[in-house]
Ligand binder design. Sequence first.
Ligand SMILES: C[S@@+](CC[C@H](N)C(=O)[O-])C[C@H]1O[C@@H](n2cnc3c(N)ncnc32)[C@H](O)[C@@H]1O
Length: 223
Amino acid sequence: MPTFTGDEALSYDKRIGKLVPGYELLHHTTAAQLSVMLAQDATILVIGAGTGKEIIELARHNTGWRFIAQDISADMLAIADQNFTNLGLSNRVTIHHGPVNEATYRADAALCLLVLHFVKDNGDKAELLKQIALNLRSGGRLFLADLMLPNTDFERAAQLHYCQKELGLTEVGAQTMRLHFQEAFYPLSDARLHELTSLTGFCSPILYFKALGFSAYSIAKGK
Ligand SMILES: C[S@@+](CC[C@H](N)C(=O)[O-])C[C@H]1O[C@@H](n2cnc3c(N)ncnc32)[C@H](O)[C@@H]1O
């Protein structure tokens, strides 16, 4: 998978909008749902928080919400931390570097946007979902966005075409993405996602976003 360290971390914010069709819309539609379902004083666990995109977006929607910014990349979290400081958000954010193995938090909602597709389905995806369930209150909801297995044999080509024609991805960038499709992502089928969420204490995923290969689901934690 991409390392999300060093230059890869520093260039992330410039790169990501060229790689994910509807990246802004994904974040906006996620925020809209949280805005109508969460209380003023809610805590939101952000798994794979990266450079802080979700938290910066959500902090604007509700000034009472608090956040846990979790990631396995110290470099991504360092950029997020600096962004939170610049925006005066630091007192509302707990930075968590590394896995959330223990039941450390009792979040009202969890986000895992563009992360699980980098994790192998050899027990590791289930482990990450279990970590999220462990740190989410009963009845809380997970918002999950992932590159899924393609529905047609032309979907991946269409995605690369869109990224180049509409989002400004260069030919070199498209070549890297093509390679990543084969080597860096571990996309799930819809059926396997349903199986994994059921095994890890969640209810059935509800689709709320789809743009070519990327889908997003809201998934309630079982009681
Ligand atoms: C494509 S970025 C997404 C960042 C942010 N969620 C966004 O929407 O812009 C993927 C992030 O997931 C992190 N990541 C990868 N595997 C992870 C894991 N097993 N647990 C937590 N974070 C992980 C990476 O370090 C990186 O910051």
